[in-house]
Design a protein around this ligand. Structure first.
Ligand code: DGP
Ligand code: NA
Ligand code: NA
Length: 210
């Protein structure tokens, strides 16, 4: 029985990786998996293009507007900040969040443009810390072969190679690296185990941190 007792919280689980690494498909699969086990769970993604700030980001990504690199960096961060309080209340009320991209994308993509990495990290301070980061590891060349990029601003091999290097610098002990070249079912199986372990630890009282 996986129903939440009143004091147990949900887990903040983040998927990270290059464009075309399979994050979106895997978050959908994790959502159905956890729902099937009776957990309260939602799937989120950043950027959240449905807010005003998200609309500005979306237009920038589609090359319909031009913004200074620092400006767009802060908008991506603001887009996470505007969801922070909802995120906290969901987690505290026992809902697990599977989040497609978070602060690590923020720092990896902007520092790949040459912005100072510490400057990039600063606006993320105070956001909720993920309990688990699932990094879908794929060589940029392999990702580029997968059905083509959608044509948004960052979806170019040379840039994704730089992003990949920056992700490498950002790895920390909350990360689990999964080989995203494996068949989808194998990736899914590994993610399921990692996620279950994490959700259980959070239910048992692992504290939420910033
Ligand atoms: P997606 O909707 O996951 O395809 O993300 C859109 C693009 O924006 C993708 O190339 C990754 C990039 N991105 C996501 N989050 C951030 C961020 O916080 N900062 C920057 N600079 N780029 C980001
Ligand atoms: Na994309
Ligand atoms: Na995606």
């Amino acid at each position: 029985d996986n129903r939440q007792s009143h004091e147990s919280r949900g887990a903040l689980i983040v998927l990270e990786g290059l464009d075309r690494s399979g994050k979106t498909s895997q978050s959908n699969k994790l959502l159905s998996f956890l729902e099937g086990l009776g957990f309260s769970v939602e799937s989120w993604r950043f950027p959240d293009r449905n807010t005003c700030v998200g609309g500005m980001i979306s237009s920038y990504l589609a090359n319909k507007s031009q913004l200074d690199d620092h400006t767009i960096h802060l908008l991506f961060s603001a887009n996470r900040w505007e969801k922070r309080s909802l995120m906290e209340s969901k987690l505290k009320s026992g809902t697990t969040l599977i989040v497609d991209r978070y602060s690590y994308s923020g720092v990896a993509f902007s520092s790949a443009k040459g912005l100072d990495i510490e400057w990039c990290k600063a606006p993320e301070i105070g956001l909720l810390a993920p309990d688990l980061v699932l990094y879908l590891d794929i060589p940029p060349e392999k990702a580029a072969e997968r059905g083509g990029y959608g044509g948004e601003r960052y979806e170019q091999l040379e840039f994704q190679q730089k992003v990949s290097q920056q992700y490498h610098v950002l790895r920390d002990p909350t990360w689990q690296i999964v080989d995203a070249r494996l068949p989808m079912e194998d990736v899914e199986k590994q993610l399921r185990e990692l996620v279950l372990e994490c959700v259980t630890a959070c239910q048992k009282g692992k504290p939420l941190s910033e």
